[in-house]
Write a protein that binds this ligand. Structure first.
Ligand code: PLP
Length: 241
């Protein structure tokens, strides 16, 4: 097994260095350990080593692992289909990937059924890449206003984005900067159901640059759990064949 505890130490060291460089307290930055394809056992090892927040990008994986994982804050970070909201509404603490009014309305409806207010982030696709989900920078404000108007069981806590892949992560800082600028603008909106606190940007290969740009939630998978092996994951799900 990967040295999850040792890897976590290295990730915290990288976060500390990046925070210092950006002249921000390390405690400002929440580490979400991204556990897609990982077993409950691996996740519990990470929790024992101090992880408080875990992120999954598939509803099915949350459902499969939820019972076997120790108490922790769950983050839904991947694309969410409206017909699957009902399965996770009572399990996750923050949904990072809201990019349509339709999805927000479904979350609103299911949250209401559970008599809870769901915290969400709006996902931005800062480079307008075809392959990625999220709204464009220009659409964020309009979507926020619609959600505030129509979704009384939803609280908007900030923004999330996935930057384009780049050999040198410094090349994508411009996108992180753009999202941070929107974050600062939208955080000024005065509304009881808008409380901007989280700017979720940065993954294993680019989180230092994201922190430099102002991110305070980093979503880190492979740097903690090792490289993902989707083939092995598929075999395991199919019963070890
Ligand atoms: C998988 C994933 C991550 C983590 O990626 P790593 O490169 O393994 O750190 C972060 N955010 C999202 C949305 C993901 O799907």
């Amino acid at each position: 097994m990967e040295d999850i505890k040792g890897n976590l130490g290295k990730v915290h060291e990288r976060i500390r260095t990046a925070a210092q460089k950006a002249d921000r307290p390390e405690e400002d930055i929440t580490l979400v350990a991204v556990s897609k394809t990982r077993t409950p056992e691996e996740i519990n090892t990470a929790i024992d080593a101090g992880v408080t927040d875990i992120g999954e990008n598939k509803v099915q994986e949350i459902m499969d692992k939820y019972e076997a994982v120790k108490p922790v804050r769950w983050h839904m970070i991947g694309h969410l289909q409206t017909n699957k909201v009902k399965y996770i509404i009572d399990k996750v603490d923050l949904i990072h990937s809201v990019d349509s009014l339709k999805l927000a309305k479904e979350i609103n409806k299911r949250a209401g059924q559970h008599e809870k207010v769901m915290d969400i982030l709006i996902q931005i696709n800062p480079a307008d890449e075809e392959s990625k989900f999220g709204v464009s920078l220009g659409e964020v404000r309009g979507l926020i206003e619609q959600i505030l108007e129509e979704c009384e069981n939803v609280r908007i806590r900030g923004l999330m984005s996935v930057a384009p892949i780049a050999e040198d992560p410094n090349d994508v800082k411009v996108y992180f900067d753009g999202v941070k600028q929107r974050f600062d603008e939208c955080s000024q909106i005065d509304h009881p159901r808008l409380d901007f606190k989280y700017l979720s940007m940065g993954m294993s290969h680019d989180f230092e640059v994201a922190i430099e740009a102002g991110s305070n939630v980093v979503r880190v998978g492979s740097a903690i759990f090792g490289e993902r092996d989707y083939e092995a994951f598929r075999r395991m799900k199919n019963g070890g064949n």
